[in-house]
Ligand binder design. Structure first.
Ligand code: T46
Length: 186
């Protein structure tokens, strides 16, 4: 497993090793011990899987507020996405900064998005499937969104994105108060 911190050092790109042979390949997509050896001690309790039919479907920017905040381990299992995380921990020197990475079924890379970071993605292929592990259960009352287009993120869109009503109505980043505080911040 290769661990590569992104420009937001808490957001980590993981690339599991694939063992190829004449039949195809095998890979361990998640191994608690391997992640712990890489410094990720997340205790996942729920797996999610979404399918987006159209290219340019944008799901985000989402979070669950404390005490139901979630670490996520995200991978694309069909097609390709541009996966984005935003540091929204009050007191963080990188507050409001974002990072985006390409995740593809073919490449197999995964993104670790810790609590305190917004998460969202846009699909680059039709019939795109994303699977991700979460460290807390779904808590609708703690579920929140921030407008995808309120942070200067380059989503690489060629047209208006396909959005849910929830995401279309999300507050702009500048009109939103983050429920997250950076550990150790005053
Ligand atoms: C997230 C979630 C949703 N649902 C139900 C609630 C709705 O009836 C339906 C669709 O939910 P939503 O529109 O919130 O799904 P996404 O827009 O894909 O949201 C997710 O996409 C972004 C990228 C994320 O990182 C979050 O995990 C999550 O917010 O699934 C559940 O039953 N359990 C769940 O954990």
């Amino acid at each position: 497993m290769n661990f590569q911190p992104t420009r937001l050092p808490e957001v980590i790109l993981l690339t599991p090793r694939r063992f190829g042979d004449a039949r195809g390949w095998f890979t361990e997509t998640w191994n608690k011990r391997t992640l712990a050896q890489g410094g990720i001690g997340a205790d996942f309790v729920q797996d999610n899987h979404s399918m987006s039919a159209e290219v340019g479907t944008l799901r985000g920017l989402h979070y669950q507020a404390p005490p139901h905040a979630q670490d996520k381990l995200v991978r694309c299992t069909r097609g390709a996405i541009w996966d984005v995380a935003v540091d929204v921990r009050r007191g963080s020197p990188r507050y409001g900064q974002w990072v985006g990475v390409d995740l593809t079924a073919e490449g197999g890379a995964q993104l670790f998005v810790p609590k305190g970071f917004l998460h969202g993605f846009v699909t680059r292929t039709p019939d795109c499937e994303v699977q991700y592990k979460c460290t807390d259960y779904y808590a609708p009352d703690a579920d929140g969104s921030v407008a995808w287009d309120s942070l200067g993120i380059d989503w690489g869109l060629k047209a208006a994105p396909v959005l849910s009503d929830k995401d279309r109505a999300a507050p702009a980043f500048g009109d939103w108060t983050s429920p997250f505080v950076m550990e150790g911040a005053a």
